[in-house]
Write a protein that binds this ligand. Sequence first.
Ligand code: AHM
Ligand code: MG
Length: 340
Amino acid sequence: MDHNKLALPVGTTLDRFIMRKQEDFPYATGELSQLLRDIALAAKIVNREINRSGLIDIAGAYGNRNVQGEEQQKLDVIANIRFIRALRNGGEVCTIISEEDEEMIQTGNCQGKYVVAIDPLDGSSNIDVNVSIGTIFSIYRRISATGCEGTLEDCLQTGTHQVAAGYVIYGSSTMLVYTTGNGVNGFTYEPSLGEFFLSHPQITTPKSGAIYSVNEGSSEHFSEGMTAYIAYCKQNNYSARYIGSLVADFHRNLLKGGIYIYPATKKAPQGKLRLMYECNALAFIVEQAGGKSSNGRTRTMEQEPVGLHDRSPLFIGSTELVNKAEEFMAKEHAPEATTA
Ligand code: AHM
Ligand code: MG
C-alpha cells in the first residue's frame, strides 16, 4: 500500500466550500447556501438516473411535447421533477420557472426569498446516445415582499440581477460549476463518496482561443455577418467543435478558450436558446471567468425579458473572439461606405 497517498488531503467538499464562503458575509442568513446545497443534492440524484438510464427502461421519448413544442424525454421529465422537488423541500425558493413548464411553479414557500430559473436537462438530442448533457440554473432574489407567492415580475428580471448561477455537466465525470458573483469555481463528483470536491478553483477563461462552436448544418439560414464570421474562423485555422449540448460546448470553451454561437437564423429570428434558462446563467459565469456574452450586439445579461420562454441569439466565450464576432455582426447592418 502506498502510504504517501494517505498523506494527501481528501480535498474540499462543496458543502464545506459553500459554508466557508458564507462566513465571508457576516449577515448572511445561510438561505442561499442551503439553496445551492439543495441543487447539488438534486444534481446527484439526476446524475444517478442518467448513469443507469441505459440499464433500465427510462431512456427514450416520453410521448409528450413540452411548451417549446419539442419532444420531452423521460430523463427531461425526471430531472424536472427532481429539481423542483428539491427546491420545494428546501424552503428557500418561492417560485421556480423551468424550461419544461409553461407557467411559473409556486412552491408554497411564501417566505422564500429566492426565485430559480432552471433548464433541468439540457441537450435533449444527446440524452439517449450517451453524450454529455447538463443542468443550467439561475438564482434571483425576489422583488415582491415575502409572505405571498412570487410574481411574474420576480421571475422576469434581467440577468444582471442574478445572485448566483451555475451548471452541472453530466460527462466523462460529473461537475458542478457555479458563481455567486465572486469568481467561478468547479467541483467534480466523486461517486464512491457521493460528494462534489473542489477541482477547479477560481476558473478564468482564456482571453482568446481558436475553437468555434456553431451548428453549421444551419448555415444556409445564417445572416451575412454570420457567414462572413464563419469564413473568418476558417481562414484563421480555428478548430470546429460542436457537441450539440450547450453545457458541454460551453464548458470546453470556458476551459480552453473559444466561442460558442447560436445565432438568429432566417428560420428562427431569435435563435433557439432561452434567455432565462440557458443564456443568462452562462453569461454570468463567463463574465465572472473573464469572458463575454452577447446576442451579437447587446450584452446578454442586459436584455429585458418579456416572457418566461423568450429566446435570444447567443455569442459566448473568450472576450477577443466574441468582440471579433460582434464586429462582423455590426458590419452587416452598417450602411455601405460611399466614396466621393
Ligand atoms: P434543449 O433545451 O431542447 O436541449 O435545446 C438546447 C440545445 C443546446 O444544448 C444545444 O447547444 C442546442 O440546443 C443544439 O441545437 P441544434 O441541434 O439546433 O444545434
Ligand atoms: Mg435547454
